[in-house]
Design a protein. Structure first.
Ligand SMILES: [Zn+2]
Ligand SMILES: [Zn+2]
Length: 158
């Protein structure tokens, strides 16, 4: 993993982070709590270095999901952001501005996976050829994949 500074945040931009130091092993977890936190088939997380995480705008809100574990999210837009357990802090891979080098290296709680999860990428692919040109025409309220001095941008209501 790179030792360069990494940044990221939630969809609305109310919570932004910066991480200094080496990231740990990226993983996915199939447990039911991770499914619920992410509203998805599994979680995708990478371990953050001890004391390397700085919240540069806002902070997550935490739900304590069990005695020793809490899970952070943006209370404004709902983006899952953290999973904190006695062994450390993990950050949601999808929240990073740069994610291409964060391929999961291990599956956790594999026995609890959804019975069809291994087949999802065998399904037919539909790609709207005009998707990105139409995206440019809509007014997006999503925070961009880089730090911003002011957000929401002037005149943008979120
Ligand atoms: Zn947010
Ligand atoms: Zn889990």
């Amino acid at each position: 993993m790179s030792e360069a500074t990494r940044s990221g945040g939630c969809q609305c931009g109310a919570v932004r982070f910066r991480i200094r130091g080496e990231l740990g092993r990226p993983s996915i977890c199939h447990c039911r709590m991770c499914q619920k936190q992410f509203g998805n088939f599994f979680s995708a997380l990478v371990t953050a270095p001890e004391d390397g995480v700085e919240w540069t705008r806002g902070e997550p809100t935490y739900f304590q999901s069990s005695v020793n574990i809490d899970r952070g999210f943006c209370k404004n837009c709902g983006t899952p952001l953290t999973y904190r357990h006695p062994g450390g802090l993990e950050i949601a891979i999808g929240a990073f501005d740069e994610r291409d080098d964060l391929a999961p290296q291990i599956q956790v709680n594999h026995a609890y996976r959804l019975p069809w999860v291994e087949t999802i990428f065998e399904k037919p692919v539909y790609q709207d050829p005009d998707f990105y040109s139409r995206q440019e025409q809509i007014i997006s309220f999503q925070h961009p994949d880089h730090d911003t001095d002011v957000w929401p941008a002037e005149g943008l209501k979120i």
